[in-house]
Design a protein around this ligand. Structure first.
Ligand SMILES: Cc1cc2nc3c(=O)[nH]c(=O)nc-3n(C[C@H](O)[C@H](O)[C@H](O)COP(=O)(O)OP(=O)(O)OC[C@H]3O[C@@H](n4cnc5c(N)ncnc54)[C@H](O)[C@@H]3O)c2cc1C
Length: 521
């Protein structure tokens, strides 16, 4: 993956079959679907891959127990099927995680055991583990961090867990492996229409060089998540907003607040949501919330009330009550929910299923959805483009498509920082073995090596310090303070590879540290 090659292909292609706008879960999935059907495919991302919502999820590949409780069986079945497919196609990025629901009252554990038995049955052949009722002794020994009074009994069920931004990078690599072209730092600034008013391409800008391009395409796909309204406005200036952003935040805590391998799932918080406390890399992810916000932004800000809600709920369950000082990182993400027709509906009641639309001008929109269902969303999107006669018929190839780094089944062997690279891990290890400086850690409290920074610059289209410390490595999400402390040294390392002068190094570090402030409470 080299930018020069992508720009070269861009200038050498008269008309693309498919141009995808947006490089989050949705757009990357669509581009991979398109290119593997044999269509020439270009993906344009305004900032960095997964800079938007797709790096800020709860990191679950799940059917959604909550949606089952809401009776959305079709969505749960679809998501469970996709969970099983990701486990098979990218085992290096998929971890089977045991979740325990505490049974506080005598009847709650049997009630949830039945619900989760059904959840399991819906997964069919793609089930990843069987739901089991746990007695008092077992549940207390498996959740030593949870207050005993919450654990009269319990239920253990299984779901998937992943690293969202790493899956995004893996998808970008898979697109390129299959002959597609991806460009980050390349916003679409306008849509091109022919004399009939039909979309025939896009205008965009390479923000790294300042060069502007007009790009022809047979099918243009709007996969911009919470930013979709901006693209809609390029097509129909007076259209009503179709997407409402709903914010969810997460807190990161040290692993010792919930020792052991099991995750905790609180099925009903005081606001009627679920709360997860899940081991992720060497920390715990705790979340999330659901707050309607007015504006879609790239760095949504956690609201004090949300932080307090998570700390209070965690305090209710955990023996060691976490305080603000214990929070290693706090981050917010925006769900791209389809605007409810019923204005009074709360965001947690709006369906998480996706929606594909082809407009009169032949712009294809894909709205909503979840990370877990990205593959099905992509299939439905390209099918819709074919049905609208924008593309010739061609069958979807991604059901069994192995993603970049695939090494064989059940290869999620450990949780070291290199696991997520799959077959590339060996090459990164070789870099570290052959050069002592590359074998050094970037910070004593972070598990990452300079070899990974080198790899991200050379092979993963990382262009800024933030690309490295937020999405190629997950430093700011796992420990914001440590990430801030590593910034200067990592920027200097990058400077030598990318020919940055002192002014550029200072700017990268200052920009990153401004961000760090937002991730610290
Ligand atoms: C708090 C929270 C927790 C979640 N947890 C889970 C979970 O555990 N499991 C799960 O399955 N799902 C989860 N989700 C849902 C999931 O994260 C989202 O559905 C998914 O990431 C959305 O991806 P997207 O590609 O549609 O949007 P985004 O990731 O936001 O991507 C859109 C991209 O479009 C780009 N863009 C915008 N304008 C332009 C332009 N003009 N030109 C080019 N590019 C442009 C943006 O830069 C952005 O990168 C969660 C969501 C939230 C908010």
């Amino acid at each position: 993956m080299k930018r020069e090659n992508a720009i070269h292909r861009l200038t050498g292609t008269a008309c693309w079959d498919v141009v995808v706008i947006g490089g989050g879960a949705t757009g990357l999935g669509v581009a991979l679907d398109a290119v593997t059907r044999g269509f020439s495919t270009l993906l344009l991302e305004a900032k960095d891959f997964a800079k938007g919502t797709s790096s800020r999820s709860t990191k679950l590949v799940h059917g959604g127990v909550r949606y089952l409780a809401q009776g959305d069986v079709a969505l749960v079945r679809e998501a469970l099927r996709e969970r099983g497919r990701l486990a098979k196609n990218a085992p290096h990025l998929f971890k089977t995680q045991a979740f325990i629901i505490p049974g506080e009252k005598w009847w709650t554990a049997p009630y949830y055991t039945f619900g989760l038995w059904l959840y399991d049955r819906l997964a069919g052949k793609l089930s990843i583990g069987h739901t089991r009722h746990l007695g008092q002794d077992e549940v207390r020994s498996r959740l030593p961090g949870v207050k005993d009074e919450k654990l009269q009994a319990g239920v253990c069920y299984y779901d998937g867990q992943f690293d969202d931004a790493r899956l995004a990078v893996t998808l970008a690599q898979s697109i390129v492996d299959n002959g597609g072209t991806v460009l980050n730092y390349f916003p679409v600034t306008g849509l091109a229409k022919d004399t009939n008013g039909t979309i025939c391409g896009v205008h965009g800008e390479d923000t790294l060089s300042g060069q502007r391009f007009s790009i022809n395409a047979r099918a243009v796909i709007n996969a911009t998540g919470v930013f979709a309204n901006d693209i809609i406005a390029m097509d129909e200036p007076h259209a009503k907003p179709r997407i409402v952003p709903s914010q969810g935040i997460h807190l990161i805590l040290a692993r010792d607040f919930l020792p052991g391998d099991d995750a905790l799932m609180v099925p009903k918080t005081s606001d009627g949501r679920v709360l997860f406390v899940v081991p992720w890399h060497d920390k715990l992810v705790v979340g999330t919330t659901d707050t309607l916000v007015e504006q879609a932004e790239y760095e949504p800000k956690p609201i004090e009330k949300e932080v307090q809600f998570i700390l209070d709920t965690a305090k209710d369950y955990l023996k060691r009550a976490p305080t603000r000082a214990d929070v290693r990182s706090v981050f917010a993400g925006l769900r791209p929910l389809a605007a409810p027709k019923d204005e009074g509906k709360s965001t947690k009641e709006v369906s998480r299923s996706h929606k594909v639309e082809v407009t009169a001008s032949k712009l294809v929109h894909i709205f909503g959805g979840k990370w877990t269902t990205y593959r099905q969303m992509a299939q439905d999107t390209i099918d819709a483009a074919i049905n609208a006669d924008l593309l010739p018929a061609s069958a979807c190839q991604t059901v069994d498509l192995r993603l970049h780094g695939y090494m064989g089944e059940n290869t999620y062997l450990d949780e070291t920082a290199l696991t997520v690279y799959g077959s590339d891990a060996e090459k990164i290890r070789a870099l570290a073995d052959n050069d002592k400086a590359l074998g050094e850690r970037i910070h004593p409290d972070l598990p990452y090596l300079y070899a990974q920074v080198e790899w991200a610059i050379e092979h993963e289209l990382a262009h800024t310090l933030e690309d490295i410390l937020a999405r190629r490595l997950r430093a700011i999400f796992l420990d914001a303070r440590a990430a801030g402390e590593a910034a200067q040294a990592v920027a200097e390392f990058m400077a030598a590879r990318l020919n940055w002068d002192d002014k550029r190094v200072a700017k990268e570090v200052a920009d990153f540290n401004t961000l760090v402030k937002q991730y610290i409470l």
